[in-house]
Design a protein around this ligand. Structure first.
Ligand code: EPU
Length: 292
């Protein structure tokens, strides 16, 4: 029997996942699965592991570049109602791993719940935001996460407290575990003020980043006490291009794609940027964008 039969009504073979990313670049996944709920995902995880196939979770696709040759494994989307629910109890919010961060930020702002309005402009699923400890100048998601329920790489469902999540700069301590849900702790504030800050963060983002263009956000992590964008800019790389990929003129840590761009163009340009910055400033940039 083929391993995927129990998921036959919610699996897509040879799925064009590149098109599901913000870059809209890249190839197909051998399988794309939409599990129903945590139990279903846990069964899938065990099965896929026995088959020895790699598995990735695709959130909003805003930090992922899929290679042109595609991903030879199983990609999971947590888009069933079992993963996208949000419940609010006072200042505590529980959100499924597949829930949308931007929508949650908006809802909280409207209800006068403060703590995540600084993340308003970050496209991410809740699970992606936990794994990446998504953030920027106005804080990071880990600051407000109280606990999270995970499917560990051993296939166990575990509730993990904030201090054991191991948040760092754009990272956490659980490698390839899957976030099933997260509990977020907010504080009450005047809805007008929260909404005001929410809007201000959007305004700043539009003023400094290539919003609306195809990208994966910042390509590189900031080195300690430095800004990758400033280094790339100082190296004169704004506007540098490779095929259909170009270093943004608005923010040098973004590589934007035009029609016909290939994942290989983005990767070649990222490599050129990394080498130029290393030669010029002796700083080794580490990639923030995930390449599948
Ligand atoms: N700068 C330049 N040239 C550029 C870009 C930036 O000189 O082309 C300078 C700016 O003028 C500023 C400094 O570099 O003095 C820092 O720039 P910015 O405020 O834009 O912040 P950043 O460190 O480049 C970080 C996050 C962003 C997040 C912003 C705003 C990282 C790698 N980037 O950018 O996150 O949106 O703060 O909060 O941590 C992402 O992770 O995908 C991302 C876009």
């Amino acid at each position: 029997m083929s391993w995927w039969r129990p998921w036959a009504d919610r699996i897509e073979p040879d799925a064009p996942i590149g098109a599901l990313t913000w870059y809209r670049i890249g190839g197909r996944a051998r399988w794309l699965v939409h599990p129903r709920d945590a139990e279903d995902l846990s069964r899938l995880w065990r099965c896929v592991r026995e088959e020895g196939l790699p598995l990735r979770v695709l959130g909003r696709g805003a930090n992922v570049l899929v290679r042109d040759e595609g991903f030879d494994g199983v990609v999971v989307r947590l888009d069933a109602p079992g993963f996208t629910g949000v419940t609010m109890e006072g200042q505590r919010v529980r959100a499924g791993g597949g829930a949308d961060l931007m929508r949650l930020c908006r809802t909280c702002a409207e209800r006068g719940l403060s703590g995540i309005e600084g993340l308003a402009a970050i496209p991410a699923s809740i699970g992606g935001a936990v794994r990446m400890n998504a953030g920027g100048r106005f804080g990071q998601f880990g600051d407000v996460v109280g606990r999270a329920t995970l499917l560990t790489v051993e296939g166990e469902i575990r509730e993990v407290e904030k201090t054991d999540i191991g948040f760092g700069y754009r990272t956490w301590g659980w490698d390839r575990a899957i976030v099933l849900s997260a509990e977020i702790e907010l504080v009450a504030d005047d809805p007008l003020r929260v909404r005001g800050r929410f809007k201000e963060h959007w305004r700043m983002k539009r003023a400094t980043q290539p919003v609306g263009e195809r990208s994966a956000g910042c390509v590189f992590k900031n080195p300690p006490r430095e800004s990758a964008g400033r280094l790339i800019d100082s190296a004169g790389l704004k506007g540098a291009s490779s095929g259909g990929a170009r270093v943004s003129d608005r923010h040098a840590n973004f590589i934007v794609a035009s029609d016909g761009a290939l994942a290989a163009d983005v990767l070649r340009l990222a490599d050129h940027v990394r080498r130029t910055v290393r030669d010029r400033f002796g700083t080794e940039l580490e990639m923030e964008m995930e390449v599948w």
